[in-house]
Structure formats: structure tokens, C-alpha cells
Write a protein that binds this ligand. Structure first.
Ligand SMILES: Cc1cc2nc3c(=O)[nH]c(=O)nc-3n(C[C@H](O)[C@H](O)[C@H](O)COP(=O)(O)O)c2cc1C
Length: 160
């Protein structure tokens, strides 16, 4: 059956651009991560960002428990860095295996080959229906190289 046409609202939402990030935190001391795009800076002082996580995403519990997340900010040409975080991995392996990583002072794993990374303390959360918005205060950051970030444009507001 053909899919129904996205509504004007869904199409308009699809014109809200974002970047692409590897969102990392810890589960029992080991790094876990996923590709995120619902991210925006929301304050200058303190420097703060929001990250929306699907309510049923398994890493949500890890984020809440750890109380921190790091964003590895992908550069315009960094599409390849995303793939390990999008496929099912064999038992006993992690998405960072084989990638060049760094550790933030708080112990989170970030991608050394990303454009930059930012480590945030989670200072609150807000219910957003099928997502939970985490409010993160940026506490440490590193700019690895100059260059443009990867821009993510969606077909419509019905998906990432
Ligand atoms: C470009 C892109 C952006 C995404 N942005 C988010 C996001 O902001 N928040 C979120 O919870 N999941 C986001 N996801 C989904 C997660 O990365 C998800 O773990 C991954 O797609 C695997 O899906 P599954 O766990 O539902 O099988 C995004 C996925 C892609 C491909």
C-alpha cells in the first residue's frame, strides 16, 4: 500500500536542519553510543545544549544513570564514522572497537576523528512525548580541526 503523503506540518518540520553527533555515555563502566541529531545549543552562560532521546532507546537509562553525555560532532565528510553506530554488532564487541578514541576527563569515550567533542553534565530533563529532552551543561570540549560540521536535512518531520 502506498504511504500517505506527509502533511504540510511534517514537511515543514523537515526543514529544521541539524548536525550529526555520536552521543556517548557509559553502561556499567563501558562506553555505549548512538547516532543523534536532535541536538541544539540553548544557552551561552552556562554553555548548555539539549539532546532528545527516544523514550524507548535503551541508552536512555544509561544516560540517566551516568548523568552525563558526550557529543562527538561529525564533520561534513565524516559519514563513514556513523556506520559502526547504526549496525547490529556481534556479542562482546562495541561500536568504538577499531576507531581512534579519546577519553574525556569524566571518563566518556569520544571520537578522535570527529571535528570536535563536548562533554556535558545532565542538569535536568523534560518529557517530550515519544522523546525525552535532556538538558546538558557543557563542562569540557575539544576542537580537533577546522572545518564545517555535517548538516543533516530530513525529508519530513516523521523521522530522523
Ligand atoms: C541521522 C540519524 C539521526 C538520529 N537522531 C536521533 C536522535 O536525535 N535521538 C534518538 O534517540 N535517536 C536518533 N537516531 C536513532 C538512533 O541512532 C538509533 O539507535 C539507530 O538508528 C538504531 O535504531 P534502533 O535502535 O531503533 O534499531 C538517529 C538516527 C539517525 C540515522
Amino acid at each position: 500500500m502506498p504511504r500517505p503523503e506527509p502533511t504540510p506540518l511534517a514537511r515543514a518540520l523537515g526543514r529544521v536542519p541539524s548536525g550529526v553527533y555520536i552521543v556517548s555515555t557509559l553502561r556499567e563502566g563501558a562506553p555505549v553510543a548512538f547516532v543523534g541529531s536532535f541536538v541544539q545549543q540553548v544557552a551561552f552562560e552556562p554553555p548548555a545544549l539539549v539532546l532528545a532521546v527516544a523514550r524507548d532507546r535503551e541508552q536512555l537509562a544509561d544516560l540517566r544513570k551516568t548523568g552525563r553525555f558526550a557529543l562527538s560532532i561529525l564533520g561534513a565528510g565524516d559519514q563513514g564514522l556513523m556506520s559502526p553506530f547504526l549496525k547490529r554488532l556481534p556479542e562482546g564487541t562495541g561500536p568504538f572497537d577499531g576507531l581512534t578514541v579519546a577519553r574525556t576527563k569524566s571518563g566518556l569515550t569520544v571520537l578522535e576523528d570527529a571535528l570536535a567533542w563536548i562533554d556535558c553534565r545532565i542538569a535536568g530533563e523534560h518529557d517530550a512525548g515519544d522523546h525525552v529532552v535532556l538538558f546538558g551543561v557543557a563542562e569540557e570540549a575539544h576542537l580537533a580541526r577546522e572545518g564545517d560540521p555535517r548538516i543533516h536535512l530530513r525529508k519530513n518531520g516523521l523521522g530522523y
